[in-house]
Design a protein around this ligand. Structure first.
Ligand SMILES: *[C@@H]1O[C@H](CO)[C@@H](O)[C@H](O)[C@H]1NC(C)=O
Ligand SMILES: *[C@@H]1O[C@H](CO)[C@@H](O)[C@H](O)[C@H]1NC(C)=O
Ligand SMILES: *[C@@H]1O[C@H](CO)[C@@H](O)[C@H](O)[C@H]1NC(C)=O
Ligand SMILES: *[C@@H]1O[C@H](CO)[C@@H](O)[C@H](O)[C@H]1NC(C)=O
Ligand SMILES: *[C@@H]1O[C@H](CO)[C@@H](O)[C@H](O)[C@H]1NC(C)=O
Length: 401
């Protein structure tokens, strides 16, 4: 059933993508330092896919992918959940600096039977790379983008990548490369990402705030920045408001928001062999805090994460006086991955955006709400109908047994 749905979804997307494939615009960022930086790719699923399949497409870790979308990454079997076609996910990636421009860490993709450059670009990677860019990245001769590729042929797929100093208006921000979908306007994109038309126009150097399907916009998302030393292997860790990140070999999870934009890290218990997470000379573990009211304020001691250094977890113990004692830490809410089996609820009208939903690209959140007029949104109903038909058929079959 999922393969049938995938085929239907694929066919529809090809048609829509061809209609919308004029010369698409994208933001190119000059760079000079060798430092890599963190960014996000906005990817909309072209078929019902397992979490691990999406992760493999981008060379990402399934748990990290879920964490970046505030989806429950610690639940058993999370990597095998099936996510519905059309779902918009944020894929964490890193940008390097090559030949003076920001470049994503490229991903390798093995062509499957019936793949063409056009379908790999527009369907499999949902417009994050164009057929021309894939051709250039692989030094392929000019050819019909609709010509069949050899099954098994390995392609390097380049993605857009924007960091812009990991700040927006001097505040920490992580940039999401977003492929404009049919029905999107700059206003709707700004509204669903808690930013403004002015900010999007400035960031993307747009003369007028007009976009076309297939354009790629860099969208700044407010984020929590880390202050790890530059020899830490997770130097520059950046977590978007309302989401999580896994680091230190999946031994540490860090979250951002909703109350403040201070990165907050705790032991993650996903890693297999984790070094000590206790602050030295203290009984406090990562994320622990003690507070003691005194006449001069509240004496607060806390043990925080200071980076993954030489394969071990660095901690830092800090103590100080605060005006009032802090309450328990508020974590961003984690959602259950909505599975393809409950398509109906994914396609149900989105709940009105609440305060807890600004930061996450999850079903029913502002992101997927905005997709109701979009490319993927327009294919979902047909997939949905297919599911319904199969459901009805199997029900009829069941009743006849
Ligand atoms: C880059 O960000 C840092 C803070 O992270 C800030 O001090 C600096 O001014 C920014 N540079 C530019 C060019 O925006
Ligand atoms: C831990 O305490 C001992 C003795 O009190 C001291 O010598 C040492 O420097 C302390 N270590 C750290 C990391 O603070
Ligand atoms: C310290 O942190 C650990 C791990 O997050 C947690 O299990 C424990 O309850 C915390 N202890 C205190 C006193 O907060
Ligand atoms: C990492 O470990 C190596 C060998 O154990 C040591 O030479 C090096 O100084 C360490 N680096 C840091 C940043 O601690
Ligand atoms: C972070 O997200 C929360 C809700 O998810 C929101 O209330 C808050 O305003 C956001 N903070 C910023 C700086 O965008």
């Amino acid at each position: 059933m999922s393969r049938l749905a995938a085929a239907a979804a694929g066919a529809l997307l090809v048609i829509l993508a061809v209609v919308g494939s004029a010369a698409a615009k994208t933001t190119i960022e000059p760079c000079s330092t060798a430092d890599s930086c963190a960014a996000l790719l906005g990817y909309s699923l072209y078929a019902d896919m397992k979490v691990s399949e999406v992760a493999a497409l981008f060379g990402a870790d399934p748990a990290a992918l879920l964490a970046a979308n505030a989806l429950d990454f610690a639940s058993p079997g999370a990597a095998n959940r099936i996510l519905p076609a059309g779902l918009l996910l944020r894929v964490p990636t890193r940008c390097a600096c090559a030949d003076g421009v920001r470049k994503s860490v490229s991903v390798r993709y093995a062509a499957r039977p019936a793949d063409t450059l056009a379908t790999v670009a527009d369907v499999v990677f949902a417009g994050l790379a164009s057929a021309d860019q894939i051709r250039n990245a692989n030094g392929l001769a000019e050819a019909d983008p609709d010509a069949l590729l050899d099954a098994g042929q390995i392609l390097v797929v380049p993605f857009p990548c924007v960091c812009l100093n990991s700040t927006d208006n001097n505040l920490p921000a992580v940039y999401l490369s977003y492929v404009v979908r049919v029905g999107d306007t700059v206003e709707s994109i700004a509204a669903s990402h808690a930013t403004t038309v002015t900010d999007l126009s400035n960031v993307n150097a747009m003369g007028s705030p007009i976009v076309a399907p297939g354009d790629i916009l860099a969208i700044p998302l407010s984020a929590c920045a880390s202050t790890f030393p530059n020899f830490a292997s997770d130097y520059g860790l950046l977590v978007a408001n309302g989401t999580y990140a896994l680091t230190a070999g999946n031994c540490v999870e860090c979250s951002c928001g909703p109350g403040d934009l201070n990165l907050y890290c705790t032991p993650a218990s996903l890693g297999t062999s984790c070094s000590s997470m206790q602050c030295s000379n203290s009984s406090l573990m990562l994320g622990n805090m003690t507070s003691q009211p005194t006449s001069g304020g509240c004496g607060v001691s806390s043990c925080s994460y200071a980076g993954f250094i030489n394969g071990s977890i660095a901690t830092s113990l800090s103590s100080g006086l605060q005006p009032t004692c802090p309450g328990p830490h508020q974590f961003p809410p984690l959602m259950e991955p909505s599975t393809a089996a409950i398509h109906g609820s994914y396609l149900a009208p989105s709940p009105s955006p609440g305060p807890g939903e600004a930061g996450g690209a999850v079903p029913g959140s502002s992101d997927s709400g905005a997709s109701s007029h979009s490319l993927a949104g327009s294919l979902s109903p047909s997939v949905h109908r297919l599911h319904q038909m199969i459901l009805i058929l199997s029900l009829v079959f069941y009743l006849h047994m």
